[in-house]
Every structure is written in C-alpha cells, then in structure tokens.
Design a protein around this ligand. Sequence first.
Ligand code: SF4
Length: 290
Amino acid sequence: MQVTIDSHSGFCAGVTGAIRRAENELQQTGQLYCLGDIVHNGQEVQRLEHLGLETIDYDDLRTIHHARVLLRAHGEPPSTYWIAEQNGNTIIDGTCPVVKRLQKRIAATYNAHKHDEPRAQIVIFGKRGHAEVIGLQGQTNNTAIVIEKPEEAEALDFSRPIYLFSQTTKSVEDFHRLVEKIQLKVKNDESAIPFEYFDTICRAVANRVEQLKQFAREQDIVLFVGGTKSSNAAVLFGHCKEANERCYFLTAPDDLKDELIDECHQADKVGICGATSTPLWLMEQVRDKL
Ligand code: SF4
C-alpha cells in the first residue's frame, strides 16, 4: 500500500506565514493575543493556545493595553491599527502579502478617484462580513460596494464609473461572469462610463479544486481530512467524491476505524488530502495511524 499526502492540500502560504509569526512570538514571550481565529480549524487553534496564544475579539482589543497583538492573514482595516496603537499595543502583522498588496491597490484607486464627478464606485466582489472584505472596505473609508454574486450587478449605478476588485478567495469563473454582466450594461449605456476591473483572486486557492480532483483520480481510496464546520472542507470533499467514489471524510485519526483501515490495506494507492484549513500535521497523524 502506497500512502501519499496531497502536496497541494492544507494551509495556503498566507495562513502558514501568520502561524509562523505566532509561533516565533510565542517562543520568545510565551504570550500573544490574536484578533479573531488565526485559522478556521479548532485543532490548530487549540495547539497554538497551548503555546500561549489567546484569541480576542474587537471589544477585547479596545480594553487591552501594552500587549502584543497578532493580525491574521485576512488583514484588517486601518481602524484596527489605530485602536491597537492608541492603547500602546504592538501589532504583529500577519496579513498575507497578497492581501496587503490588494489593500494598497484598493486604497490607491480610492484616493485617486474619491473626488471624481460623477462619483466613482469601488466594488469588491466578496462575501459580506468576511474579515478580508472588512479589511478591504476599510481602505475606502467603508464606501466600497460589496457584491457577493454576479446577479447582484444590477445594484450598481451604471451612470457612474466602476472599479472592480475581488476578494482573494472568490471563484475566477464567477468573477468573469460578473465582469461580463457589467460590460453588457456599460455597453448599452450611452454615457460610456469608465469600467476597470482587476482580477485579484489568489491562485493558491483558485487552482486547488482541479489539483485536488486530479489527485483523487490517481488514488484507489481517498481519505479527506477536514473540520465539520468548515465550508471549504465540505465543498472540496464534494469535488473529491465526484472524482473518486471511494472518498471518505475524517475529522481526526480517531475516525479511522478498523473497517476502513482494512479497506485501505487492500488497496494499492491511498491518498490523504484536506481543506485549506486542514493542518499538515493532522494529515500526517492520519497517515501514521494507517
Ligand atoms: S491571498 Fe492567497 S495565500 Fe494569501 S491568505 Fe488569501 S488564499 Fe492564502
């Protein structure tokens, strides 16, 4: 039996970077606050909590003083930096460099067009209320319009300029469907208003579905490791199952029961993969149990 862990599964570079920052800090000081869950994986959060990490929310941030606070990979709006610094806190900025670049790009576009007449619309294709999107909206003094689905394009004012960006984890296809919808409206509008769009989707995650399906097809059996609360895990497991009927969902090594172990031992190739929130060490534990 050959057991392979999918090299594309697990945390993206941005999340891995933020976790490294946390580990380095914790090694030196043994105590660090993190604003929001560092990653959507309970086991990984627990592991870091044992090292001294404490997850806080925005209310907590207003009350703590002279502490070290980690900002996670999703990034934060400028207001978070002001609040933290007002209380003498030190920010450990774990914002993913890709998100940081996007924030700067949106801020630059906003500043270049904020006095335009007619008033420009900065549009973010993303999930309302998602931490990354809140950070992006903050770059525009919260004036950016958030669109979750291409169908929502109708809500835009086609008599005013449009500058469209995307949250890093949105679907490339949906983004281009949205662009087409806006282009159609703009073309039909006699005023020919400026419409510029920037595909700012991170390929680290966008390419994952195809890579995962390919990996699943190459295996006799697939063990998919993910959290039951992770929506990304549910979606990716669905794709895996589509590519390989013999795909099983596990949350931890304990889910690997004797019957499944026997089935794996009769196969030639067993693949272990996971969601973007699945830590590598958890997939390794499943492999070791097998
Ligand atoms: S931009 Fe890409 S690498 Fe950075 S946190 Fe988002 S998905 Fe991960």
